[in-house]
Design a protein around this ligand. Structure first.
Ligand SMILES: [Zn+2]
Ligand SMILES: [Zn+2]
Ligand SMILES: [Zn+2]
Length: 95
């Protein structure tokens, strides 16, 4: 999977709101805090796979329904709509 230009939007959103999120790596099934995954370069602390902090999918264990690229490091493509809505809330848009 490759990283898209969406990363400028996605990274600040995670930094603001994802502090206490837990993520379970789909590759090795260990659970860890998303902030620790982020600090480790969005790699699983146990198996070092690149892992999505939103849902725990990895390059080898994609989401059910499919995710095909990284929106940003740590966020797979299945969250595109979700992040777009979050980004609108955080970075403005209509009030
Ligand atoms: Zn893992
Ligand atoms: Zn995914
Ligand atoms: Zn995901």
């Amino acid at each position: 999977m490759t990283i898209s230009e969406f990363s400028e939007v996605a990274v600040p959103v995670i930094g603001l709101s994802e502090d206490d999120r837990q993520v379970t790596c789909r590759q090795c099934y260990s659970t860890m805090r998303a902030v620790h995954v982020a600090a480790n370069g969005y790699q699983c602390l146990t198996c070092n796979a690149l892992v999505c902090v939103m849902c725990g999918c990895t390059d080898d264990r994609a989401c059910i329904g499919g995710c095909y690229w990284w929106l940003s490091p740590g966020i797979c493509s299945s969250h595109k709509q979700e992040l777009h809505e979050l980004a609108l809330k955080v970075f403005g848009g209509a009030r």
